[in-house]
Design a protein around this ligand. Sequence first.
Ligand code: 4AD
Ligand code: MG
Length: 460
Amino acid sequence: MAEKISVAQARRPEAIGKEVLLQGWVRTRRDSKGGFSFLELNDGSCLGNIQIIADNRLLNYESEVKRLTTGCSIAVEGVVQASPGREQATEVLASRIFVYGWADPEKYPLQKKRHSYEFLRTIAHLRPRTNSFGAVARVRSAMSFSIHRFFQEEGFLYIHTPIITASDCEGAGAMFRVTTLDPLSKEPRNPSQDFFGKPTYLTVSGQLEAEAYACALGKVYTFGPTFRAENSNTTRHLAEFWMVEPEAAFFELSDNMDLAERFLKRIFRDVLEQCAEDMEFFDRWVEPGLIQRLQEIIDSEFVRLTYTEAIDILQKSGETFEFPVEWGRDLQAEHERYLTEKHFRRPVILIDYPRQIKPFYMRVNDDGKTVRAMDVLLPRVGEIIGGSQREERLDVLEQRMEELGLNKENYWWYLDLRRFGTVPHSGFGLGLERALQFVTGMGNIRDVIPFPRFPGNAEF
Ligand code: 4AD
Ligand code: MG
């Protein structure tokens, strides 16, 4: 009986001599004189294909095998043997080939040549069959698991925060409203008949709810989809993205910085180790030198400095920036990149931002002008992590909310956390897609999530 194995398993020398069953999609077919053909088969288990040798002893050789084209799905039974070729260790001599599905070459949009990422975005349902998107999917899976492993090992409890929420965490207003539809007309119902009795939104961050759990269980993290209706058509923004947010009681900003640095190094290291073949692919085809640069970051010590110090460096840099550098204004991607790529040539953790450019929940410093914010900036992608120490003093927090015109009644439960047994605590959020962009070298964030949502696009 043939053993059902994956292409990844069949490519290993240990498989030689085994009788196997492989199932996957044909990448290419090449016919040779003398009545045999080579098929390249891929099943997504790894980047590489396995070469199948099919010859005219197969009953369907003329009728089917010689009609196979890119995208056809097949099963192959055969024996794994050592390959005389240098590119691969093994190949499979087929004794039976079964065709599950044909893919009309006149219509199938994927061909052997390289397609542009722009084109592939229009066929997001088929792009996982390409080398690049298969590799992205495997790295995304490995990184997600690495994130869980890291926090579990650090003693953080995984909690699930709601997707539908009534509170606006970032106070930025870039939210999607949740409505119910009239069952007949399929039109949104009158807001006064709202299902929840109050306006609700898709969450922009699980932080506020994570704080409630941190202020009971100590160390927690939430990891799930978050939504932002910001109309930013950039290579770094999505309307739906995944965020991992640790939150810890009795954590000062310095603890938070240490955690963020350990965390990033760990997930980068895990991906390099566990996705070696895919990472070599990105290094070769997407961003030359990528692996070396990741390794340098793993071995480096992140620079830590205040926003005020950063402004000073930028002003003295002699660079001409598109956006002005002025104390009190938010940093733009070009400023973040200058700091990480030109000035320090290392990751930078920036802290103590002006209070007026940061959300209400960040702890106000003694100077009264800055807050205990923390952004982690990386070369090429800029901000990858945003976080802070939280304001745990009820009176200061209430005053901040008033200043910002927030309705305190809506946040009554959040204020309760300061009313009853308040503690210093901190946390941060890492955008999974920004991290993936960084480790894969992919230029556009839309290409590191399976089905990207951005203004004007929700086709799939
Ligand atoms: O800096 P942000 O807005 O911070 C928060 O939401 C905090 N509540 C997190 C916390 O402290 N628990 O977002 C955090 C990170 C950013 O650094 C970035 O990596 C990512 O989320 N991010 C986005 N990624 C893709 N598309 C967008 N539109 C993003 N907005 C933020
Ligand atoms: Mg931010």
